[in-house]
Design a protein around this ligand. Sequence first.
Ligand code: NAD
Length: 352
Amino acid sequence: MNAFVYNAHAARVVFGAGSLQHLEREIELLGARRALVLSTPGHRMQAEQVAQHLGTKAAGVFAGAVMHVPIEAAREARAEAGRLRADCAIALGGGSTVGLGKAIALESGLPIVAIPTTYAGSEMTPIYGITEAGLKKTGKDAKVLPRTVIYDPELSAGLPVALSVTSGMNAMAHAAEGLYAQDRNPIMSLMAEEGLAAMARALPGIVSDPADIEARSQALYGAWLCGTVLGNVGMALHHKLCHTLGGSFNLPHAECHTVVLPHAVAYNTSAAPEAMARIARAIGADDAAGGLYDLARENGAPVALRDLGMKEADLDRAADIAVSNPYWNPRPIERTAIRALLQDAWRGSPPP
Ligand code: NAD
């Protein structure tokens, strides 16, 4: 066994259908009395219901979360938290809302209670991102790691099927790359394999019945495990490609992860045979890359970058950006092979 460092992040997890009912108790356990509830504009009503339910323990609602946390939204939310003398932030929503909570916590140290409604996994990481003048700056700070996470599968029952599948594949990308991370360790690899298996079980169930609470529970459980992996070990080529395509070409986050993942995994196949065997085993496939591609396609997810609005003429520039300042990757990053990978992903052909 290779030597490793395992650094557990403390977070209290309250899991189960209906667990939102424990929110007040969880706030009390943090010693907080004035919670600011955060959401996207589309989920204002849900946020207001939560605030109403908390009664005097809610200081207010800020429904201004936006994808990729623009600095203007972060400033507005920080000011609102200060004005209301909030002593904790409740992030009710997906990665964008949790990201806004993190932007507040980064400056103020306010504890976050995250209530995730997608499978992106941000609630389990000390990673934050804030976008200023079109550039997303990311960093790591223990202050932004939510203190408590409430996983209530009933809240994700309304997540549209298409977004559920791509969000699930987004989670699986964290686990897949975690299995071949340079700083991987046996505990994170266990979580990664179990996270992949839970999500692979969940997605067909959600597609056939979006309100199936057991399938939604499996998906949230998978998201938790995959998000934990993302927060604990380094990510590689796949995440670099997605940051490039999302950051410089504005492709949608979860869809982009879904399309790129089988191709990034295929690129690394010969360099990380043990990880490939574990991915394939977890998802019940003969081959990791092909199995991930089939999982996406069979559940109705996009498999081509051109269907996400990527222009073929931009592939050269995308390859240039993706090979500059590369993340550590098990197989060396070669411009010609990356350009070919992007062409395959753009066309939507099965991974080689
Ligand atoms: P998101 O939070 O923007 O949500 C996607 C869409 O789903 C939004 O329109 C939202 O309103 C809607 N939605 C969310 N929950 C819903 C529900 N239950 N029912 C119906 N609609 C619902 O996107 P996301 O994919 O969750 O997260 C992506 C963002 O999170 C990106 O900015 C990404 O960079 C960031 N992220 C950060 C980390 C980290 O560790 N810092 C990890 C993963 C993702």
